[in-house]
Design a protein around this ligand. Sequence first.
Ligand code: 13P
Length: 253
Amino acid sequence: MLIAGNWKMNLDMSTARQLAGSIRSSLEDPGPVEVVLCAPFVYLDAVYGLVHGSPISVGAQNMHAEDAGAYTGEISASMLRSVGCSHVILGHSERRQYFGETDKSVRDKVVQAVRHGLVPVVCVGELLDERDKGEAEAVVARQVRGALEGVAYPGRGKLVIAYEPVWAIGTGRTASPEQAQAMHAHIRTELSGLFSEGDAARIDILYGGSMKPANADDLLSQPDINGGLIGGASLEAAPFLSIVRAAMRADRP
Ligand code: 13P
């Protein structure tokens, strides 16, 4: 199980530090549940300094696919590693929607992240219109294959998928546990076509989209839901920790 907070473009340095500090000080031993804080680039170093030595890891929300060079404004995988990041969110729907990310650009970034020992959290998910037209499974399958085709299995715990139906992000409208489970099972089938069945069974597939304390238990108890990627509810310590506790209750081998 993995619970990751995606802070998106929120908080200032002082509130980011407060949030990381209070999550660290209030988090009891999460046992097998991994906890990751995905902060804006400019806070990563500070957040890492605050959680270093605790069970909490730090992730970024994006990165560039090249090693270094004339890419003004961009951040590389090695830069992320050098400030203590272990994870990086790639292909979030907001990046696909507003910043022109494609399956191809996501794949290039996945390859680069893995090469540098970062765990890519690859986001997939359909638009409402695509779900209404009955295309959700095909869209998500295309995104999974697009991001991972030809990528060698990086090893247990080294690749994470997040299913985030776009219509559920920031809307307060959550996929039902049954809808989410059905899509997660479908994603796992796609993964077993790309890797082996055994490897696919062990890849964490997170659900994201209005996950909050009130619905976390139901979502996380589904057999193919292995954690959550949390937006709004990760911006305060109490709801985020309450979701981490739901994951601890739901954790299965
Ligand atoms: P919300 O939890 O705010 O719906 O955001 C989900 C998300 O996009 C996480 O990456």
